[in-house]
Write a protein that binds this ligand. Sequence first.
Ligand code: HEC
Length: 268
Amino acid sequence: MNIKLQLFVYIFLTVPLFHHASANPLANPAIKSPDLVGSYRQNCSHCHSGSAPSAPLIGDSAAWSLRLSGGFNQLYHSAIHGIPNTAMLAKGGHAELSDDQIKILVDYMLLQSKVSAKTISQAMKYDAFNISDREFILLDINKNALLEKNELQQEIAFLNGLTEFDSNRDGKLSPIEFIALRSSLETKRQSSNVSDDEITNQVNLALSKLQGMPHSGIRVNTKNGVLTIAGVIGSNQLITNIQQSIRWIPGIKSFDNRLMTSEMLAFD
Ligand code: HEC
């Protein structure tokens, strides 16, 4: 064969192969190893087979399908690094496990939960977008790597900034456009000149409008723009709601979140 043709054939055959080479992680024979059952029991089962009310249970196909819809990488990332403000600590609290061991445990949990072939292929498709921003992934309900109006409804600040940051005018935010919008909002919030007392007042006002807040025991304090909220509250969901309600209050430079749920305390 002539060298040009050889090169052409080589590129033609291998490039697409590399691009589609990612194999279904759940087809990996390692996740059927009996050793894994022991490792799962030792490291993950006390929450994922029972006692942490907000942990997705192993075997709960619907719960895991929903989580997997943002891709495998996203699940590996949160299993390895933890999910802030939840009982899901980095590596489930087992720092001695390697990243690869954690990934295999996640695959094991997904296999046991019998997620469908369709969910798996959608997850692989999402992974191909190579998006690492957790907030973007969670907002992207349509799983098309773009944020549309209906997906931004729950965060009015994002919806309002859509037009300005939609640089290619397609009516949607790409990950880059979204991150630019979010950091612009953050910069605006941080650079507003507001006294610490005024910030504390605004935060207390926002908290007073939330449902399920305990009547006492929550401490709000601001010093040089750094807001601290401390105390024990009922649920992870309430922590999320609190974060959302104070997120764009002008003047807050950073948020030191010392809120705990009783669930987090139980596994400390
Ligand atoms: C102390 C309790 C606890 C232990 C131990 C624990 N988890 Fe979790 N895990 C949770 C909770 C709670 C959540 C749900 C957090 C949320 O989204 O609110 C969770 C969520 C997850 C998720 C979903 C992440 C996502 O992005 O949606 C994965 C994957 C996961 N855990 C893997 C593991 C693995 C692997 C282990 C063992 C090495 C483990 N967990 C041990 C409590 C635990």
